[in-house]
Design a protein around this ligand. Structure first.
Ligand SMILES: [Zn+2]
Length: 147
C-alpha cells in the first residue's frame, strides 16, 4: 500500500459555546485539511492514472466541492447554540453563509465531518487513512477511520 496526501485551506468562523476561555467568542481561522488516501498503484497500462494511487487533481476536485466550497468564508455553528442561531436567523443576517451542524465545531469534530463528506468519493481499494485538520499552524486534530 502507498499513501498520498492532498491539502486544501479555507477561511471560516466558529465558536465553542461552552468554552471556559476565549474560544467561546465568535472568531475565525484559516483551516487546513490534509487528506491522506491509501491504496495500491494503478497498474492499468495506458490509463490516465497509471502509476498513481489516485489522481491528485481528482482528490482536489472532491475536497474543493465537498469541503472548501461549502465552508469557505462561512460561519459554522452548533445547532444548540441558541445565541448565534438567533443572530444568524435574523433578517439582517439572512444572506450570510452559515453551516449549522449537530456538534460543537471543534477541530476534532470538524475533522470527522470532513471525513463524512469525502468517504464515498473513492472506489473500493482506495481508503481514507487519515484526515488531519489544522485550526492554527500549531494545533490540529487527526481523524482516523476505524476500517
Ligand atoms: Zn477557534
Amino acid at each position: 500500500m502507498i499513501e498520498v496526501t492532498k491539502i486544501i485551506e479555507w477561511d471560516m468562523g466558529h465558536r465553542v459555546p461552552n468554552h471556559k476561555s476565549k474560544c467561546r467568542h465568535p472568531h475565525g481561522h484559516r483551516y487546513r485539511l490534509e487528506l491522506t488516501l491509501g491504496g495500491d498503484l494503478n497498474k492499468t497500462t495506458g490509463d490516465s492514472s497509471e502509476g498513481m494511487v489516485f489522481d491528485f487533481g481528482d482528490i482536489k476536485k472532491y475536497m474543493t466541492e465537498r469541503v472548501h466550497d461549502v465552508l469557505d468564508h462561512g460561519f459554522m455553528i452548533y445547532e444548540k447554540d441558541e445565541v448565534l442561531k438567533k443572530f444568524f436567523q435574523s433578517n439582517e443576517a439572512e444572506e450570510f453563509q452559515v453551516i449549522i451542524v449537530p456538534f460543537i465545531p471543534t477541530a476534532e469534530e470538524i475533522s470527522k465531518w470532513c471525513y463524512e463528506q469525502l468517504q464515498n468519493c473513492f472506489p473500493a481499494g482506495i481508503k481514507i487513512s487519515r484526515v488531519r485538520l489544522f485550526e492554527t499552524p500549531n494545533s490540529w486534530a487527526d481523524y482516523t477511520p476505524d476500517v
